[in-house]
Design a protein around this ligand. Structure first.
Ligand code: ZN
Length: 226
């Protein structure tokens, strides 16, 4: 039987962004916030085991930026990894992208390696070395799981609203390119590992899982999504 090739994550080089001044005015802004209301509740990132969080933070901060994965001294669970990402980027004035590579283990992920790169105030891109490592890891085992965390530095939205993390339309389109691929859907549906997308913003960590509402509306009316 032919096994479908697992597609590359080369699309990830299109990068992640903070929500910016809406192109289409108020409709864009409202849709961005309304969509976020359907994402899961924020992740609890407190009281998760000081030593696990500390060793993960050390690995993140000592990574060669944008380069190959750095092994952790021992595996940490998903929320410990996210807590380390949260603390590392809490006051950061620019966007950071932190990748956790691990194995799905029951309802959590056991993370064993990390990668880290930095971007600008409003965006951050994957490097080719990171994409190659994600590809290799994701194909290495059925349970292989990838956590993608990026932060949104303080922006005009945080000042106006005490909001939970809000993924930009760009962030959500990147997530959907992965989620909607039949091979990834099949792997996740058969109990395999997934790629999961997280944002640190306004002192919260949240996962984003929903398509942007304006994209849904445009798709329904047959309009091309830019
Ligand atoms: Zn973003």
């Amino acid at each position: 039987m032919l096994t479908p090739a697992i597609p590359s994550f080369a699309f990830l080089t299109s990068g992640l962004q903070s929500p910016s001044a809406p192109k289409n005015g108020l409709a864009d802004l409202v849709a961005t916030f309304v969509t976020a209301a359907f994402d899961p509740n924020p992740v609890v990132v407190e009281n998760l085991g000081e030593s696990a969080v500390t060793l993960t933070r050390r690995a993140i901060s000592s990574c060669a930026l944008g380069d190959h994965p750095r092994p952790l001294r021992r595996t940490v669970n998903r929320n410990q990894f996210l807590a380390a990402c949260y603390v590392e980027t809490l006051k950061a004035p620019i966007e950071h992208l932190i990748v956790g590579l691990g194995l799905k283990h029951g309802r959590t992920t056991k993370i064993s390696r990390v990668m880290h790169t930095v971007g600008s105030v409003r965006s951050v891109d994957f490097t080719p070395a990171m994409v190659a490592a994600i590809d290799a890891h994701y194909q290495s085992a059925h349970a292989a799981e990838v956590l993608l965390f990026h932060n949104h530095p303080h922006n005009p939205f945080n000042v106006l609203f005490d909001n939970l993390p809000v993924a930009s339309a760009t962030d959500r389109r990147l997530m959907l390119k992965y989620v909607l691929h039949p091979v990834h859907l099949a792997k996740a549906a058969s109990g395999g590992g997934r790629v999961r997308f997280y944002i640190g913003e306004n002192e919260f960590v949240g996962e984003f899982t929903q398509p942007h509402w304006l994209d849904l509306l445009r798709a329904q009316s047959g309009e091309a999504v830019g």
